[in-house]
Design a protein. Sequence first.
Length: 313
Amino acid sequence: MKEVFDFYNSTSIKSYNLNETIRYQLKMLDSLDGFTRRHSENVANITCRLCEKLHLSEGFTIYCTTCAYLHDVGKIFIPPSILQKPTKLTDEEYEIMKTHTSIGYKICMNDLKLRPYAAGALYHHEALDGTGYPHGIIGNKIPYEAQIIRVADEFEAITAKRQYKSHVGVVDALNILIDHARPSAPTSVGDAIKKMPLGGVGKIDKKVLKALFKVIIDDTEYEIYARTDYLNFLKKEIQRISDAQKYYYRMQAALTEEKREYYKAEIKCYLKPQEDPEKLPQMLQEFEEAYKVRKAHIGKLHDEIRQIKRLSI
């Protein structure tokens, strides 16, 4: 039976899973640097999951996910000295970086097969409160696909460990996005008048952000499941090696050759062919340390879920 790729599947989405038509639509990613390509794939994966949690149609999910793959395609023409700069961009460099939205839009519009996905490239940095770029449009004037991609893009950018910043934890990243979802205080009378019709919106859509909470909780629960499964494997290995070690010590204390051979045969019942009985203490220590570390990490994941569930927007 031929395998059919399901965009609603919660597993990671990569470009090699896609059909020939969409492969063409994404071919521009081959021209991106490795980091930007990986970022685009991650944003597309999160975007697809967000669409799932928002109960959007399969057709829109496919469309929105493809837009997300292409959202940073304009970075092809951003100078590497700016795109890969290991330190913070200057104001002038940042203005150049911002042009990737308009450049990406032109790339898509100049290709009939990419044209349907131009909105993602152009609008993914627009903000509901009008503080985004390139046009500073507000509210529902921003296409919904771009609003979804913006949340996925911000989360991935914050949590990714880049060459110029250290890793930011998931809960801290969500707190940053919560701030972005809340309306900012007016900086002037003119700013207050501009924001009045918006009804107190922030930069990003709260509903999409809540969907992101669900995606992260799902992923964390799956990680706990997978790690717990491996933890159970380690527990069995510790028991196996412990049993082998008991017979090893008995073999060393045996007073007759017959007893030593008996215990040696018992040891073989517990050990794998490549395992050395002389290294049993070291093996046991390594497995116990691995078990301790992984158990502690599972505890942190459970705590992370509890923290996310306590967050409010």
